[in-house]
Design a protein around this ligand. Sequence first.
Ligand code: N01
Length: 541
Amino acid sequence: MTQSRSTAAPMLDVIIIGAGVAGLYAIHKLRQQGLKVRAYEQGDDVGGTWYWNRYPGCRCDVESLEYSFSFSPELDQEWKWPERYGNQGEILKYVRHVADRFDLRRDVQFNTRITSATFDEASSQWTVKTDKGETITGRYCIMATGNLSTPRKPDIKGIDSFKGKWYHTGLWPHDGVDFSGLRVGVIGTGSSGVQSIPHIAKQAKHLFVFQRTANFSLPAQNAPMDAEKERRHKQRYPELRSQAVNTPFGIAGYPPPTKSALEVSEEERNAIYERKWKEGGSISFLYSFTDLLTNKEANDTASEFVRNKIRQTVKDPKTAELLCPNDHPIGTKRLILDTNYYETYNLPHVKLVDIRSHPIEEITPEGIRTSDGQHYDLDAIVFATGFDAMTGVMKEIDIRGTNGLSIKEKWSNGPLTYLGIMVAGFPNMFMVTGPQSPGVKSQMIFSCEQHVDWIANAIRHVSERQSRRIEATPEAEMAWVAHNNEVAESTLYVMANSWYMGANIPGKPRVFMPYVGGVTSYVQKCNEVVANDYEGFKLSA
Ligand code: N01
């Protein structure tokens, strides 16, 4: 009989789970504070989401000059982004460069999955276990585990009987996939599906897109980096970086709207939408008017503008109508940026299959059968079916706080956090961009840095107070969750069956998870908490 080997590693100040953008910055920041840290990473390299999501067409929807670390002015000046929006390969190259330039890899253990994390009351320490049989202890534990880290393959009858190859966009093979000459089915039309479909269509002999819900997508208008724009942006980097905090999404440089969509004539309104459409980008479009995310009537004007664009682009009127989203206001699900998505449906070998009217009944050894009796013969299936977002990864690790309470039990009716940073009953455990923080509704790297800086200060504060333990109080947590829900309810976001709501996972509690009160008010709140002597947190020896 073999026994799993259990070795005791030396105690750390901070255990970091994940070596994506958040984990890497946490290593850098906390090491500067003289702390002994180590990150544990499941993959064999750094990069997190940009390491796993290698599907063709994967590209960031925030411009590359903005989607980057801000902690090093030298890095800001040195790095050259080749395109307006970074593609997966470019962004991964950048993250790797950051890891090397700041010598971060020496504090990362790769190919290591954390299976459990347990808080010990007596010592005020966390003990984590790895899939390699190691046991590590540390004063603090930082969950730098990302929000979209748990890819989800749907539970479709017969799924394991398929004789061809299948792929998930969030777990794409590192050496790529050649679809040349193949009959391919893509299930899912969120960002991953919409970005990959035009690329898969370039190779496949036949492409069937199985769409349950149509989503809004805008043209990215991606292009090679404009040298003059880059020069001007780099000149103003410090100013733009500090302005980001005074914006709703943590992205500076977009003039905020001043008028309601209902205040202007239809002609003026459409001219503004047209200009934004040509400029490309979701922030710019959502900034057309003040009330697109709060007033349904205002939102309808933008939704209809985009639906008309789809009708003008897609030649077959029936396909165009199926591609027109009509179950949610524009922007209440992640607004997608694409390159040639709608145009792809004009290709003769690409067919949209409406699985809203005729759901997938089963996956057979040879393909997919829908409820109208149609069978689609396939050589490969691509699941672009998304993630168990925001809470999935936290629930996959057996995390236990005081009294042995697990995070899974604590969050059985949806996530409960204070500021999206801590959870009452889980002392000394911090989350980077956890639920109920703006994370996924902001420029992600900005929010990762803001949280890591806040956490680093909190750790320093605990030690200055000669305490060993910091935890959110249940009262502060309850008030924050209520505030989060109240803010969400005042917007149109709650009208969409999105992953923000947990709606994509059967049985997952329907709770609106991100904080949508905007980056400015969120950061103000975080700063106020500190100014008020860590209001809502309890320190103890
Ligand atoms: O996942 P999704 P994603 N049968 O959940 C469908 C970020 N991201 O990977 O809507 C049939 O959005 C599902 O249909 P429905 C970004 O934040 C960013 O595309 O549930 N269909 C939907 O169409 C994004 O929002 C970038 O009816 C099923 C799709 O699968 C987030 O990641 C790029 C199904 C899932 O869409 C997630 O995007 C990529 C089933 N059983 C991702 N189950 C950029 O930066 C699910 N679907 C640009």
